[in-house]
Write a protein that binds this ligand. Structure first.
Ligand SMILES: *[C@@H]1O[C@H](CO)[C@@H](O)[C@H](O)[C@H]1NC(C)=O
Ligand SMILES: *[C@@H]1O[C@H](CO)[C@@H](O)[C@H](O)[C@H]1NC(C)=O
Ligand SMILES: *[C@@H]1O[C@H](CO)[C@@H](O)[C@H](O)[C@H]1NC(C)=O
Length: 443
């Protein structure tokens, strides 16, 4: 269903498969001393999307984007208001097209004059709206991008990447994204994802970290580069991480893709789920990624809440309700299935005092604990619901860990070493994801 047109596109637009392997040093840099970059992230109250903005084009304009952790690359709407004197299309068979592994060359684009998204002899990719699971085809190109550098504690100067690669999307692809958003910022594990392009432009480690704020009025942060990742009052969260392996799904999970393409999303190896220290019983084969790319556990910023395959969902909700039996249950509020009278739940430093939901990773000692602040959603002054939703039977991915469960936890994605570092709730360290100092400027 989601991958509906990948076959026809890959046939129709098939160009040439036999490209030589090229080094990924496409982007150029204005500073060789930049060690890390930061982007502010806000939570949109209407859509619950996490938004960021980058400056792009000549003259530079701020471009508002929905953050897509597993997204393949940056895409922006080129149909409307794309004006820039520094835009360059990616010529078929050129180094950028090979780096992106494009298998599609559009020989001609019919228009009075060439414009971003419509040049002749340009390679194309499939930009993806991962919120609505809609894909289309769009031309690949490059333009200047300007972002804020950091030493990990404070803002540094603005730095730019003159040949930042991105894909042109279309206006219709913006449907379902927050107001004024012009595209999506893909942080996925491809050579043209934001993390890889920034790392190669500034020669820093292929690592980045996300720290999403639960507030719609204060900024969370994405750091590109290794730590320190310092949050007020002076806490370097990069020193307090637990590590687990990242897995690669051999089959793309995008809306449309070239045959044989791997998923750009970040998968982890959940082995079991415990509630109140008791293993929740369900068919654990759903936790493995099979040869068709189905199953497993991924992390997503485009799902506001964790989505569980139906049988896992029922088992988790059942176990949670049982463990919280002393709190009166109230009528469910969609999209949630289990809601409680919150006046009967105490509050702790890590949110409502409810049993923790533990994702057991490679061993019994490596556990992602989800405490009340990340498990419960206060829907009104009297009602708090378990913030997990039913993903239906046979979803592509069995567990999708969503935004609410990520908030005020720092997650570091170490692409080169294939591992995820996670902090657990920052409330234990008496800080939050809104505590990066975006105000001062040390440069
Ligand atoms: C592409 O080439 C065709 C045929 O030469 C021409 O008619 C058309 O205007 C060109 N399009 C662009 C966008 O340059
Ligand atoms: C468990 O799930 C797998 C994968 O969906 C399925 O093939 C298998 O039949 C299931 N086993 C049981 C006992 O339901
Ligand atoms: C919450 O409970 C109080 C006391 O029963 C009641 O007065 C109030 O209207 C309730 N609020 C909502 C939103 O239902």
């Amino acid at each position: 269903m989601a991958s509906f047109y990948h076959y026809s596109f890959s046939f129709l637009l098939f160009c040439s498969l036999l490209f030589p392997i090229l080094s990924p040093s496409i982007a150029s840099t204005t500073s060789s001393r930049t060690k890390a970059l930061v982007l502010p992230v806000t939570k949109d109250s209407a859509t619950l999307q996490y938004l960021t903005h980058i400056s792009q084009r000549t003259p530079l304009v701020p471009v508002k984007l929905t953050l897509d952790l597993g997204g393949q690359f940056l895409w922006v709407d080129c149909d409307q208001d794309y004006v820039s004197s520094t835009y360059k299309p990616a010529i078929c068979d050129s180094a950028p097209c090979n780096l992106a592994q494009s298998k599609s060359c559009s020989e001609s684009c019919f228009s009075d004059r060439p414009k971003p998204g419509c040049y002749n002899n340009t390679c194309s990719l499939f930009p993806d709206n991962s919120v609505t699971k809609t894909g289309t085809i769009g031309q690949f190109g490059q333009d200047i991008v300007s972002v804020q550098s950091t030493d990990g504690s404070n803002l540094g100067k603005m730095v730019s990447v003159s040949n930042f690669l991105f894909t042109c999307g279309s206006t219709f692809l913006l449907e379902g994204l927050a107001n004024d958003v012009k595209g999506m910022a893909g942080l996925g594990r491809t050579k043209i994802g934001l993390p890889s392009q920034f790392s190669s432009a500034f020669s820093f480690d292929r690592k980045f970290a996300i720290c999403l704020s639960s507030s719609t009025t204060s900024n969370g942060v994405v750091f590109f580069g290794a730590g320190p990742y310092v949050l007020n009052p002076g806490i370097d969260v990069s020193r307090s991480l637990t590590y687990t392996r990242l897995f690669i799904n051999p089959v793309s999970t995008a809306a449309s893709y070239f045959e044989g393409e791997k998923s750009s999303e970040y998968f982890i190896g959940v082995k079991s789920i415990k509630i109140n220290n008791k293993v929740v019983r369900f068919n654990t084969s759903l936790l493995n990624i099979d040869k068709n790319g189905n199953g497993g556990t991924k992390i997503s910023t485009v799902n506001p809440y964790t989505v569980l395959e139906t049988s896992i969902y029922k088992a988790v909700v059942g176990a949670f309700v049982k463990a919280l039996a002393k709190v009166p249950r109230v009528a469910a509020v969609a999209p949630f299935g289990a809601c409680f009278d919150s006046n009967h739940i105490d509050v702790t430093r890590v949110g409502p005092a409810v049993p923790s939901i533990d994702l057991v990773l490679q061993s019994e000692d490596v556990v992602w604990n989800i405490y009340g602040a990340n498990s419960m959603v206060q829907v009104n002054e009297n009602v708090s619901c378990l913030g997990f939703v039913d993903g239906g039977i046979e979803p592509v991915t069995s567990i999708v860990i969503g935004g609410h469960q990520l908030e005020n936890n720092l997650l570091q994605f170490d692409i080169a070493n294939n591992r995820l570092g996670f902090s657990s709730s920052l409330f234990f360290m008496r800080t939050t994801c809104s505590n990066f100092n975006f105000k001062s400027n040390s440069a």
